[in-house]
Design a binder for this molecule. Sequence first.
Ligand code: ADP
Length: 306
Amino acid sequence: MSVHAEPPPPVVVEPHGIKYATGDQLGKGGFAICHRAEMLEREKSTGHMVALKIVKTKMEPAKLAQKFVTELQIHSKLAHPNIVAFHRAFSFEANTYVVLELCSSGSLADLLKRRKNLTMPEIRRFIIQVSGAVKYLHARNIVHRDLKTGNLFLDEHMNVKVGDFGLAALLVSGKEMDAKRRTTMCGTPNYLAPEILEKGKGHNEKVDLWAIGIISYTLAVGKAPFHAASKEEIYKKLKAGDYSWPELSSITNEISADLRDLVASLLVTEELRPCPDKIVAHPFFKIAFVPTRMSRSQITKAPQWN
Ligand code: ADP
């Protein structure tokens, strides 16, 4: 039997409340399917579109069920302009529905697939937005632990919205509450910070700063810095800090020296990584153009900034 829920009925009914007219599928994750939906008021259209994340209420295996419970507990308490807004969660028939802010422009991973790499002004804006969300999380002792281009969604105005809190953790006195979970689950190989691979060594919010370094590189180059055919080779490279920038002749975009410096400042041992406030104070963001508005046309075409 599939881990995924069946497609939803045309109308989903929240107990004692709102009805949702379901639309096309937005995507499928490890255990959830996500559909576009419109909120209805007394059976009538409101024009308010949301994303419905649908998960089987009786989820197997238990590990996945736990991932989802953590996600709900942490995500439901967050409110920040660069974090996917969590509206509500409820059960209907055999499924649990999570009503989320709709991110209609896909993820940064989708954008990279189409565009291959992004321009420096776009990267500035996206990294400033991600850093703002990470500052907010860390101030609340929350570590996301799975920041990657596939979990950074975009709304209709191309604003970044951090999503997928399935691996997030709440730190108590700087340490994760559940040490067991930490050792049994970890993020995506390309984005793992080296301290996560060291046996017996705890890790903290600094893993998210490492991930911002990986994301910055990936947006400029089109692939992750520690890139290899197998997981083991990736681990070897990232422990050694063994990455390089592509030859100028092989790339079509200009990669600024300041961006290279920002990435180098983040892909270091945890104590030395700059916090989100320091990241946005880096010269890469100074005396440089940061677009305040972006257009959806950049989903398929690099913008011209002059
Ligand atoms: P899982 O936790 O199972 O990995 P995700 O949260 O990644 O599930 O969601 C699965 C897919 O649904 C995503 O890859 C994306 O395509 C889509 N999706 C998730 N949340 C949203 C959202 N808020 N707006 C638009 N699409 C979304």
